[in-house]
Design a protein around this ligand. Structure first.
Ligand SMILES: NC(=O)c1ccc[n+]([C@@H]2O[C@H](COP(=O)([O-])OP(=O)(O)OC[C@H]3O[C@@H](n4cnc5c(N)ncnc54)[C@H](O)[C@@H]3O)[C@@H](O)[C@H]2O)c1
Length: 286
């Protein structure tokens, strides 16, 4: 259902790889809500992914950019401003990648060249995007910038590896730059901490199926889907959230406030071969 929440607004979306990408769902929802979009991703992602397919359906253009390269980001914003006829209203940073995760390097045996890449791609790119937007005056007053994060920034989750450090830096950048951009240009900056989601990046975490199941059992509302994440992000781009800034906002079905749930404990009891305990827990309910 559309509410015209973004009628007349324009924005740049980083990170659409394929139809599973969270950025794909955000772009679709933003279009449905009346926004005009410019899409961007790396040349490789554009070649091997499905971004062009989405661009056709939402009447968007696609501009290649490696988000670790300031020159590329400048070009995206330049092209976007020409396309939109001036400054625009919102930016989505939906970018993450760790070669240490991909190549199964454990946290106590990290490859430091990979680690620097993780930080550059997954966190510094956020700073580069914001700094470039501010220098170019690419965003209108009361504009909104959102990046996607994960609770591993606050809590240690087995196998999330150096991405945890990247997410901690990402959330910190939202606070540090949120002050400056808010003070100078009334632009707000937030991160959305999303449930585990079955995307290409998500599936890169070994054991994501178990994590997904655990997280779902622990969350009173269940895991949040990519579509639900898009709904939430749309509100953050809309005028309904003009004074929300410098926040890390959990969009996780309640996971971040839980310690233990009956549904998770039932599984645990079963794995300890205590069927009687598991049945009792099930009777007690969720
Ligand atoms: N999937 C999950 O479980 C989950 C949970 C919480 C947060 N997130 C975050 O959501 C965001 C989007 O990930 P996703 O799950 O939709 O997966 P995805 O694989 O669809 O998206 C990741 C994107 O990052 C892009 N990217 C990688 N290197 C880049 C670079 N140098 N320049 C520009 N773009 C680059 C990829 O091309 C891809 O489009 C990431 O920040 C991820 O950490 C994902």
């Amino acid at each position: 259902m559309a509410y015209n929440l973004l009628k007349g607004k324009k924005g740049v979306i980083f990170g659409v790889l394929d139809h599973k990408s969270i950025a794909w769902k955000v772009a679709q929802r933003a279009y449905e809500e009346g926004a005009e979009i410019v899409l961007t991703n790396t040349p490789t992602a554009i070649r091997f992914g499905e971004i062009e397919e989405l661009a056709k359906t939402i009447h968007s253009i696609v501009v290649p950019a490696d988000a670790t390269q300031v020159k590329d980001i400048e070009n995206v914003f330049q092209v976007a401003m020409e396309h939109f006829g001036g400054p625009f209203d919102f930016i989505l940073h939906s970018i993450g990648m760790s070669l240490n995760v991909r190549k199964n390097r454990p946290y106590d045996d990290l490859d430091y060249d990979y680690f620097i890449k993780t930080l550059d791609i997954s966190a510094l790119s956020f700073h580069k995007i914001i700094q470039t937007a501010k220098k170019m005056d690419a965003l209108k007053e009361w504009g909104s910038i959102v990046a996607l994060s994960y609770i591993a920034a606050q809590r240690t989750l087995f196998r999330y590896n150096d991405m945890a450090d990247a997410k901690a830096a990402l959330e910190s950048i939202a606070r540090s730059f949120g002050y400056i951009y808010g003070r100078d240009k009334k632009v707000r900056i937030n991160t959305v901490s999303q449930s585990p989601t079955m995307t290409t990046a998500g599936s890169g975490i070994k054991g994501i199926d178990d994590l997904f199941d655990f997280s779902d059992r622990m969350s009173p509302l269940g895991n949040a889907s990519a579509e639900e994440c898009a709904d939430y992000v749309i509100t953050l781009f809309s005028d309904l959230t003009r004074k929300v800034t410098m926040q890390n906002l959990y969009h996780d079905g309640g996971f971040s406030s839980m310690g233990m749930s009956a549904r998770a404990m039932t599984m645990y009891a079963r794995s300890l071969n205590c069927e009687e305990c598991a049945k009792k827990l099930e009777e007690e309910g969720d």
